[in-house]
Design a protein around this ligand. Structure first.
Ligand SMILES: Cc1ncc(COP(=O)(O)O)c(C=O)c1O
Length: 348
């Protein structure tokens, strides 16, 4: 049996739907989603189209499926190129989806905390076109960056990248798994961010606390084509309104809690800074990344020792720990994590 953790900081995907959300989900009116007959799904899609300023949208079970379907639609030929940061989620945690589903090649950029610049991608976009080169078809951005440590793309950098992509006839795709975290931090609306992108999706199962569900949005034609691959990948659903209700509940009740969650992450970061063997990277949202430089213990050791105390963090590699704060984490949990690290420190 897998261990259940008292304090789970592995990922914000590990949030549990609250009793209130569950009760709301129970009341949902439902219909056949694939036939466009589920009123709750349809309501969610209207809300998201309005939020993102897009013409059309479709409800999908996961963020991974949003990335996969969007890439598949935007790439026109096998071998097309997707430009994205070297730390991007679909490169590392989607079972080779870029090659396997989109039939594309990836061009990872050596960005800083998941963020790259227009000048970094310009040489790729302007390369000689010919029958023997892969066409740079999609530029994909993650806001906020996951393995980049929760960094928020500065709007101007994002705008420059997207404008350059469009100038060179590449499409732009926004992996908005945590877009609303950026929105609450910067005050820049989701619509203003989304305006730069041909395809955009948001996720309800991260810090927003829904059990599952994401919405992919774009032009009417884009979503028409997305439906083909949605069916192909088994993403067509039936009485999905129960799930969509969880997403609606999250929009109405949990977006407003994101700022508080970011505050807790920043508070934990401050408490971790005095440990000389941790180098805490800047915290901009709910994700903390820190380098481990301990004479005896590496990141995997810390992960293991904390696990023994019922606390789960994620050692990304030997030198780096990722911690994600979310809806189910309380201030007392933060104190407990710090106390556990003090005990580990003393025991060495
Ligand atoms: C940036 C980013 N994109 C995509 C995904 C995939 O989302 P899902 O777990 O809903 O498939 C994640 C999951 O954590 C993510 O962090």
């Amino acid at each position: 049996m897998k261990q259940v953790f008292k304090i789970d900081l592995f990922s914000d995907t590990n949030t549990n739907p609250s009793q209130e959300m569950r009760a709301f989900m129970c009341q949902a009116k439902v219909g056949n989603e694939v036939a466009g007959e589920d009123p709750t799904v349809n309501h969610l899609l209207e809300r998201v189209c309005d939020l993102l300023g897009k013409e059309s949208a479709t409800f999908l079970p996961s963020g991974t499926m949003c990335n996969g379907i969007s890439y598949r639609v935007l790439c026109k030929r096998p071998g097309d190129m997707i430009i994205l940061d070297k730390s991007a989620h679909p490169l590392h945690k989607s079972s080779g989806m870029i090659a396997g589903l989109a039939q594309a090649v990836s061009y990872p950029i050596d960005g800083e905390r998941g963020i790259f610049t227009a000048s970094q991608i310009e040489p790729i976009l302007v390369q000689d076109k010919g029958y023997n080169v892969s066409v740079p078809r999609v530029v994909s951005i993650e806001q906020t960056t996951n393995f980049g440590g929760g960094a928020i793309w500065p709007f101007e950098t994002m705008k420059d990248v997207c404008e350059l992509a469009h100038k060179h006839h590449a499409y732009t795709h926004l992996d908005g798994a945590r877009l609303l975290s950026a929105v609450v931090e910067t005050g820049i609306s989701a619509k203003i961010y989304s305006h730069l992108f041909d395809a955009v999706w948001i996720d309800f199962s991260k810090s927003l606390g829904a059990p599952m569900g994401a919405v992919l949005a774009g032009s009417k034609d884009f979503i028409e084509e997305a439906w083909y691959y949605k069916f192909q990948q088994g993403g067509g659903m039936h009485q999905a309104g129960i799930l969509a209700a969880g997403c609606l509940y999250a929009l109405d009740h949990n977006v407003q809690k994101l700022k508080e969650i970011h505050g807790l992450a920043k508070q934990l970061g401050e408490l971790l800074k005095p440990f000389s063997f941790f180098k805490v990277k800047p915290i901009e949202s709910n994700i903390i990344c820190m380098e481990v430089n301990h004479p005896v213990l590496d990141a995997f050791d810390f992960e293991r020792l904390l696990k023994e105390k019922g606390i789960r963090v994620f050692a990304l590699d030997k030198n780096t720990i990722r911690i994600i704060v979310h809806l189910d984490i309380k201030e007392s949990d933060i104190q407990e994590v710090v106390a556990a690290i003090k005990i580990i420190q003393k025991s060495q």
